[in-house]
Structures are given as C-alpha cells and as structure tokens.
Design a protein around this ligand. Structure first.
Ligand code: FAD
Length: 389
C-alpha cells in the first residue's frame, strides 16, 4: 500500500477531516489514514456546541480562536452542504446560561462584565424576567441568566458523514481501518507512515489522531495528549427548549434529530470509553435541577467519547520539530468548534504563510519541556534540575 501524497493526515476525526478537506480544496494531493471509522471517536460523540461565549468565564487565547471559528461556521457549513447535498443540523439558536446559586450568580456577573466590555452580544435577565419561551424550560430556582444570541450547535454524526462525502468528492484517498503504527523518517524528514498493510508515502504528515496523538511511533518528543472521558445522555421530549440551555452542571442541546442531549461529564479514566452509572445519574440529576419539567422525558440512550486533553487545555498546532511532521492535536473540549479555524490556519501555515494567531498554540511550548526532561533523565537530575546527591 502506498499513496505518494503531498500530505498524509493521520486521524479521521473532525480535526483531521476538516484539514484534509481544506488542503484538498487548495489543490494538494491528500491521503488520510483512520484506524476505525470516520468520526468514530470523540468527533462523532460530541454534543456539537459552538458556544465560546457561554463557555468562557474569562477572555483568553482559546476564546479568541473560538470566536473566530464560530464566525467561520455558517460559510463552512454552507459550502459543505452545497457540495455534498447533506443537511448537517447547524442551528444558531443562542444559548441561555443559568445561575442557580448565589456563587454561580457572582461568576455570571463577572462573565457579563468582560463580555460587555469586549462589546460582545449578551442579554442579562433576572430569573423571573427570562423570556417566557425559555423560562418555562428552566427551574423557578434560576436566579439570573445570560443569553448569548450568536451561539449555535451542529449535529456531529451528520457533520462527520458530510465531511467524509466531501473528502471523496475532493479526491482525498481515505484509508479506513488503517492504523498508523510508525512514522517513516528518511534523511531527517518525516516521509509518511507505516501501517500493518504497508507504508503510506507522503511529503508531509499531520498527526490529528485525537486522544491517541501521542502514541504514534517515531514522534520526536513526548506529546502530552491524554484522554479525558465525556459522557452524554440523550432524552426525547415533545417540548424541547428552543435554544441551548445550561447551568454549571449540565448543558441541554435540542438537536435537530429530536434528541435532547444532556452533557457532559469530564473524567480522567484513561482509555476506558464506558458509560457509567455515576455518569448517567449525575447528568440526569443536573438536567432535572436545571429543567425539572424533563422528569417525564423518555431516556433515549447514552454514550461516551475520549477528548484529546493537553496540559494547559490548549491545542498543539504547527510544526513538530521533525521536518515534515505537523501537529493538529489536543483540542480537548472545543475540537468541533475550532475545526474550521484550525483547518484554515494550519493550511495557511503549511503553505508557508505567517499565521500570528497560531503562535499561542505552538507545540514548542511542550517540545522544549520534553527536551529538558529528556536531558534531565540523561544526566540524572531531579525535577528542580539538581544533580542527584
Ligand atoms: C461527550 C463529549 C462532548 C463534547 N462536546 C463538544 C462540543 O459540544 N463542542 C466541541 O467543540 N467539542 C466537543 N467535544 C470535544 C470534541 O469532541 C473534540 O475536541 C474533537 O472531537 C477532537 O477531534 P479530533 O479529530 O482531534 O479527535 P477524534 O475525533 O478522536 O479523532 C481522532 C481519530 O484518530 C484516529 N486514530 C487514532 N490513532 C490512530 C492511528 N494510530 N492511526 C490512524 N488513526 C488513528 C481515531 O480512530 C479517531 O477517529 C466533546 C467531546 C466529548 C467526548
């Protein structure tokens, strides 16, 4: 098996597929290797929230990237739907964030303050003044709420199916069921990857293997990506809320297929992608505290996925230090939101353009720490860099 591509993308999640699509759209010959199925891991399991404002209690680099990516979404989805004929369930409903306790209310106040200062659209309501169409979906115990009118969500399984179709239409050679075991390095440059079925040759490789990104053989340093489990419960109700509704405990997403998603847990459980009794019980309890009217909703299943976590919660985007090897990893809780922005910024960077917005996400911040650790191990120093006594 060989592909002779310009770029080989490892991983068929939303990050790998969005990047492969972008590169192919710019005329590159692209191959993609996916161990299982396209969208079979975190990207298919995600709730699909595109809600940077509702999720950010402070302003930061991730928030700015999230806002930029949310702005790209309508055009990105429009072109994907036109190209594939698919409907991917993108809905700009807005999001209502509710405070049920005094402490939560204080946190909402500070969130409101900086978002107003940044001139971002946000409405604020005392509990009793929440517009009736939303108020009847939340507990009378809600003290205060913020409504972010520009927030949206997407139906992730449909998005992933449309991306897969688009890759086909754009001539990307997709190898499903193909596990990359080892990166191929020739004369100090990454030139493809080895799979059990044979080598895949390419001039450049992108590691977009999600929670498994740090496990590829031949990486130049220890990539600190770890799995962070998330569980979601799906409910069915005749009367779902008309927008995303959330508290600090849980979010409720009225997905376009009629499921109301209640998510999500955030758990350190290694690579165990299980739905647990505690996980389901906690989500249901949180959902009922926020929206007591859901007591009669039908239980419609539950699932789990493994988010690609990084030590500082930010993705690693850019060159790896090994020429020819690029990283698009560690998107943690925001990979679906950040996909169009990541694809565009990284494709620009790979074409040689300077992309200042990528600087905060440079993998160098971990490569240097990893090299220092390796050097300490070599000369036998401790964590503070002191030699052993
Ligand atoms: C319950 C839950 C809810 C979430 N909700 C949201 C949300 O509302 N909004 C949001 O923006 N984000 C959300 N996320 C986070 C989001 O799902 C991730 O950030 C995103 O999916 C990461 O995409 P990815 O392509 O990096 O990883 P993945 O989707 O995991 O894709 C990586 C792919 O690489 C493949 N792979 C791994 N190793 C190899 C190998 N050696 N060879 C070949 N292929 C390999 C895997 O099989 C996998 O398909 C949620 C996640 C979970 C679990």
């Amino acid at each position: 098996m060989t592909s002779g591509a310009d770029v080989l993308v490892v991983g068929g999640g939303v990050v790998g597929c969005a990047l492969a699509r972008e590169l192919a759209g710019r005329g590159a010959r692209v191959a993609l290797a996916e161990r299982g199925q396209i969208g079979g891991e975190a990207s298919g399991a995600a709730a699909g929230l595109l809600t940077p404002q509702a999720e950010s209690m402070t302003r930061g680099r991730l928030f700015d990237a999230g806002l930029a990516s949310r702005a790209l979404y309508p055009g990105w989805i429009g072109s994907l739907e036109d190209e594939t004929g698919a409907e991917v369930g993108y809905r700009k409903t807005g999001a209502l964030v509710c405070a049920l306790t005094e402490e939560e209310e204080r946190r909402l106040e500070s969130c409101l303050a900086w978002q107003r200062e940044a001139l971002l659209p946000v409405e604020t309501y005392e509990g009793r003044a929440i517009p009736a169409a939303l108020r009847r979906h939340v507990s009378p115990r809600v003290r205060r709420a913020l409504f972010f009118p520009d927030e949206a969500f997407v139906h992730c399984p449909r998005l992933m199916a449309a991306l897969a179709r688009s890759l086909d239409l754009r001539g990307v050679r997709v190898h499903v069921g193909s596990t990359v075991v080892q990166l191929r390095v020739e004369a100090g440059r990454c030139r493809g990857a080895g799979t059990p079925a044979g080598p895949l040759e390419a001039d450049a490789v992108v590691d977009a293997a999600g929670a498994w990104a740090g496990l590829l053989g031949g990486l130049p340093w220890d990539l600190p990506v770890r799995p962070v489990r998330g569980q979601i419960v799906a409910l069915r109700t005749e009367d779902p809320p008309p927008a995303v509704v959330q508290s600090e405990e849980v979010y409720l997403v009225p997905r376009s297929d009629g499921k109301l998603l209640a998510g999500a847990t955030v758990e350190e459980a290694g690579f165990r992608k299980e739905v647990t009794a505690d996980g389901v019980a906690g989500l249901l309890a949180g959902a009922l505290r926020l929206s007591p009217g859901l007591g009669g909703a039908a239980f419609d299943g539950a699932w789990a996925g493994l988010r690609p976590g990084s030590p500082d919660g930010l993705p690693m985007l850019g060159e790896s230090g090994l020429p020819g090897l690029w990283l698009a990893a560690g998107h943690f809780r925001s990979g679906v939101l950040l996909a169009p922005w990541t694809a565009r910024a990284l494709a620009d960077r790979m074409a040689g353009a300077p992309v200042p917005d990528l600087a905060p996400f440079s993998p160098d911040r971990f490569a240097l720490a990893s090299a220092a650790g390796a050097e300490r191990d070599r000369v036998g120093t401790n964590d503070r860099g002191e030699p052993p006594v």
